[in-house]
Write a protein of this length. Structure first.
Length: 172
């Protein structure tokens, strides 16, 4: 619609061309506090809700393949094709110079196994020495939709102990 000097808009024209477009702004899309707004497609925005989980308790594994310990921790969020994930934990291994590792598996709209390429790693220390590490990873190529991000753990040998486990997911 083109505005013309001296020509009033009808209520229907105003609602279609002004009000309805204002509802496509971030304040118009907001449904709750502490949300983010990202472009979902050309000329469209979507509301995203970051989430986090923390487990203080220790859990152990002797697995040399990634496994979930208890409840992870894990968070479920709605993403577009990308998410930024921060995860960390306190970890140790019962053997000197053995590795303890944590990574993130994705399930839901996308399935992706935990991988060493995305891991946090404790290596080259004396037996039973606690260290706390964290890492930030950007996951791309996700199928938009509901995703569950779960921390998983493994060792190169010995027994790994993992505590103060935390994950924060920023869906984009």
């Amino acid at each position: 619609m083109t505005a013309v000097i001296g020509q009033p808009w009808t209520a229907a024209q105003f609602n279609q061309h002004v009000r309805d477009n204002l509802l496509e702004t971030m304040p118009g899309k907001a449904t709750a506090a502490n949300r983010l707004y990202v472009t979902s497609t050309t000329k469209a925005i979507a509301e995203r809700a970051p989430d986090s989980a923390f487990l203080a308790t220790a859990a152990t594994t002797t697995s040399t393949s990634y496994v979930t310990l208890g409840t992870g921790p894990a968070v479920t969020v709605t993403t577009g094709s990308t998410a930024v994930v921060w995860f960390g934990c306190q970890l140790k291994n019962s053997l000197t110079n053995a590795q303890a590792m944590a990574a993130v598996a994705i399930s839901g709209a996308t399935t992706r196994d935990a991988a060493d390429a995305d891991r946090l790693l404790m290596s080259g220390v004396t037996a039973d020495k606690d260290n706390r590490f964290g890492v930030c990873r950007r996951f791309t190529g996700l199928s938009p939709g509901s995703q569950t991000f779960t921390m998983q753990y493994r060792v190169s040998a010995g027994t790994g102990t993992f505590s103060r486990r935390e994950i924060v997911v920023l869906p984009l």
